[in-house]
Design a protein around this ligand. Structure first.
Ligand code: HSE
Length: 441
């Protein structure tokens, strides 16, 4: 029988435990498919005595994950600790330097140090796999890194955070508040330890930074991403979007433009009949526009123990099938030394349609002045709706005279929209802040 692949796992939370149980449950299938058994030989976590739902059996417990990463007792190191610095980074670097293959689910680490880690893996001739870091159980890294080798990607975008999609779906379906839905997402275990990472868009941004590098062969540039979260989205926005034929999703979008690469995370209006609009709950989806294949869209569970463990186990199986001396593909699809430097497109140059929701004082001339401010910036309106007797959701004392105005613009620039809204605010007819949501085709 071929020698087993010896696996060391650091981090035994939801995903680590699910992975150990999965490898145990599917050991015969994995052995057949990999041509060798997979054996968890070492584990490490913060607290050895914590109750866990698997038997330790012959697994060696090592308190220090960096020691486990270098141990002679493993061939492959699995990092499920999390965090973009500290022990997670130390043990991944130690494992790569010791010539171990590495699998990680750590998007924050890759978003910050992915290029450096990819270079270390290339130098050591080992695999650095990270399928679970982006969109949970969806095998998007493999598709972008391997299957699309002959394609030039034009745009990659998606719903990359299950917590936000869950919140937006429940707000729409049940008319609940943002806070109620977030509390449920936390209770169900979808949200990050600090939920602002989810709802303010940073988790999506980390995942997008990785996809962007794979798509365009550029250095990872997470700090260059324009990020807006969903905490300012109200039920009134969701309802108004629906009336105009749109649904609101938090999207991460990376797109090649004439002036550079646009990377942005923000609430987005998508046509209600589009595939991406149908993605509900904790489900993630990633869409790719590429020159040869056209459009691909993949959806599936973006969070949760089993879905994430499925992606990690797939990465481990790839390692088990690889052979020493075999030339492994680069971790980021393009060899790290020829990744292009990242050229950022200015957000103000972004072109697209916009949804604007204003709450205005109900008096003569206000509507005309809003229209004038839009016209001054050469913004053409596709549709405009003003409801009678609107209600103000900004808790202004002036609710008796509040009137909502909802506009959809034709394609324009971010610069024009921002100037128009600044001028509308200066005119002093608004109650509360204007809401502006970008439309994605
Ligand atoms: N908190 C993340 C989400 C988990 O909600 O999608 C997976 O990264």
């Amino acid at each position: 029988m071929n020698k087993p692949l010896r696996i060391g796992i650091a981090g035994l939370g939801t995903v680590g435990s699910a992975l150990i149980n999965l490898i145990d449950r599917k050991q015969e299938l994995l052995r057949q498919r990999c041509g060798r058994p997979l054996e968890v030989t070492g584990i490490s976590a913060r607290d050895k005595n914590k109750a866990r739902d698997f038997e330790m059996g012959a697994m060696q417990w090592i308190d220090n994950p960096v020691e486990l990463a270098k141990s002679d007792n493993i061939d492959c190191f699995i990092e499920l600790i999390g965090g973009d610095e500290g022990v997670a980074k130390d043990c991944v670097v130690a494992a790569l330097n010791a010539g171990k293959h590495v699998v990680t689910a750590n998007k924050a680490l890759l978003a910050k140090h992915g290029v450096e880690l990819a270079a270390l893996a290339e130098k050591a001739g080992v695999l650095l796999n990270y399928e679970a870091a982006v969109a949970g159980g969806i095998p998007i890294i493999k598709v972008m890194r391997e299957s699309l080798s002959a394609n030039s990607v034009e745009r990659v975008y998606g719903i990359l955070n299950g917590t936000c999609n869950y919140i937006l779906t429940r707000m729409e379906d049940e008319g609940l508040s943002f806070e109620e839905c977030l509390a449920d997402a936390q209770r169900l275990g979808y949200a990050e330890a600090d939920p602002t990472f989810d709802v303010e868009g940073y988790d999506t941004a980390h995942k997008l930074a990785i996809l962007c590098s794979l798509a365009f062969g550029t250095q990872i540039a997470a700090d260059e991403i324009y990020v807006e979260g969903i905490s300012s989205i109200t039920y009134d926005d969701i309802k108004a979007a629906g009336e105009m034929g749109y649904r609101i999703k938090l999207l991460g979008v990376a797109q090649m433009t004439d002036s550079g690469v646009e990377q942005r995370v923000h609430p987005t209006m998508v046509p209600i009949n589009s595939s991406i609009a149908q993605i509900s709950g904790v489900t993630n989806a990633v869409a790719i526009d590429a020159d040869i294949v056209g459009q691909l869209i993949m959806s599936g569970p973006g969070a949760g123990g089993d879905a994430t463990a499925s992606a990690v186990a797939g990465d481990i199986a790839d390692i088990a099938k690889s052979r020493p001396g075999h030339q492994h593909g680069p971790a980021l699809g393009t060899p790290s030394e020829i990744l292009q430097s990242y050229k950022k497109a200015r957000m103000r140059a972004h072109e697209g349609g916009y949804f604007i929701r204003l709450t205005v004082v109900d008096k003569a001339g206000v509507f005309a002045s809003v229209a004038t401010r839009m016209a001054e910036q050469n913004i053409s309106l596709e549709s405009i709706v003003q409801h009678r007797g609107g209600k103000n959701d900004n808790n202004s004392p002036d609710t008796s005279t509040a009137q909502p105005i909802i506009m959809i613009t034709h394609e324009t620039t971010e610069q024009a929209i921002r100037l128009a809204l600044e001028n509308i605010e200066t005119d002093g007819h608004l109650i509360g802040k204007p809401q502006m949501i970008r439309i994605e085709k």
